[in-house]
Design a protein. Structure first.
Length: 412
């Protein structure tokens, strides 16, 4: 009988290609590219068309918000047709949406339509397909595998701001959108086509090889843990999503140059990756809600730093603290969904939970920018975000013990 280390090693040996595809898909699919690129377009679009920051940020309500509403449908399609075709179609859909954004002539409704298409046509490239494939392939090191895959958001947080700032400053904002559109089809799509081959036996044979563990989606919704998890992640993501696209404008308002502000955002991206990997390693060994509270709550300190007049060094520290939380949240959502509710209804259950996250992701940036418009600074928004972090982090502690699950059948 193989030892535990050899079983874990075997999981990564057989699944590393899948992991590569998932990292790229999460980085350049719906969940990463729209959020981490829009901050660099705020001021260029404002100068070109006279749009306010709130006007531009509202586009994320259409990408993240509609993406959230569409997430349960994506979960159903994945269970019906398999993750691979849905993810591949989604990557192409994201590119189409950004190309439409590049053709905008000043019509705000057309700009919002472009982001709505990113959500609907690109919905399959969201985290549901990628995390379902990882959760089904990995067992003993599921937390670390999810962390590696979801580190794609940290990768795009590092790459997108300086890349898009360079494109827009050198060639204009239209070239910036075209350059963003190229990423999912030039990088993620080929890798997904080659390596993203989850074991969708139920789809191929019209019957599962063996029953999966856990609850149906209806059973999961009937538990208090579902609502605690939803409330915790909503509070965290409202704050995180509000900060991400507004970090560059907030820092430039405080006298930090745009390129230096983009550097702080890149530091945020590095901390997303570090936080994600650290959390993935920890939840495989320790009680995940405790890990969540320890990693998520200090983001409030980052908000307090940003409420003052931070130097670049302090701004980087604040970005790191918030980035650690941002790195943890999607990893924790996927892990806790699988750990507390099992894989039986994972795609639909995660889809509903992710719908709440995505709606928060869509409303957070708009609300952040609106509060800035009303108050004249971002300090009030940072104070609200700090309060949300102080609620969302500790709330995870009420999830309680892991429930007992039948033995999980891993499909290879």
């Amino acid at each position: 009988m193989p030892s535990a280390p050899s079983r874990a090693t075997g999981e990564f040996a057989s699944g590393y290609r899948l992991l590569i595809a998932c990292v790229a898909g999460i980085a350049f699919g719906l969940v990463g590219i729209a959020v981490y690129s829009i901050g660099a377009f705020v001021d260029p679009l404002g100068r070109e068309f006279g749009w306010s920051r709130a006007d531009v940020q509202t586009a994320l309500l259409f990408s993240s918000g509609l993406g959230g509403l569409f997430a349960p449908v994506v979960g159903h399609l994945i269970e019906r047709y398999g993750a691979r075709p849905i993810a591949l179609i989604g990557l192409v859909g994201v590119a189409i949406g950004f190309l439409l954004a590049a053709s905008n002539g000043g019509q705000i409704w057309l700009f919002y339509l472009a982001y709505a298409l990113i959500a609907t046509l690109g919905g399959g490239s969201g985290p549901i397909a990628w995390t379902r494939a990882i959760a089904g392939r990995f067992d003993r090191h599921r937390g670390l595998a999810l962390a590696i895959a979801l580190s794609g958001t940290g990768l795009i947080a590092i790459v997108a701001p300086p890349y898009v700032v360079w494109l827009t400053q050198t060639f204009g904002w239209r070239a910036g959108f075209v350059g963003v559109a190229a990423l999912p089809v030039a990088i993620a799509l080929p890798l997904a086509f080659l390596f993203f081959r989850p074991a969708d036996r139920a789809v191929r044979n019209n019957a599962p090889a063996a029953p999966l563990d856990g609850m149906t989606t209806r059973q999961a919704i009937g538990t208090y843990r579902f609502w605690v998890l939803l409330g915790s992640i909503l509070a965290m993501y409202l704050g995180i999503a509000g900060i991400i696209p507004n970090l560059i404008p907030a820092l430039t308002d405080k006298g930090i140059a745009a390129q230096s502000a983009a550097l702080a955002t890149s530091a945020f991206g590095v901390s997303v990756i570090v936080g994600r990997l650290l959390v993935g390693w920890l939840v495989d060994r320790f009680w995940a809600p405790g890990v969540a509270a320890i990693i998520l709550t200090p983001a409030a300190i980052g908000c307090l730093i940003l409420m003052g007049q931070p130097t670049l060094e302090l701004a980087v520290l604040a970005a790191v603290l918030i980035g650690m939380a941002a790195g943890a949240e999607l990893d924790l959502l996927a892990f806790l969904t699988a750990r507390y509710f099992g894989l039986r209804g994972y795609a639909k259950t995660y889809g509903i939970l992710y719908a709440g996250v995505a709606l928060a992701g869509g409303t957070g940036p708009m609300a952040f920018a609106y509060v800035h418009q009303m108050a004249g600074s971002f300090d009030t928004s940072f104070a609200i975000a700090a309060g949300l972090f102080l609620i969302g982090g500790p709330a995870a502690l009420s999830l309680g013990r892991y429930p007992a699950m039948p033995a999980l059948v891993i499909n290879h």
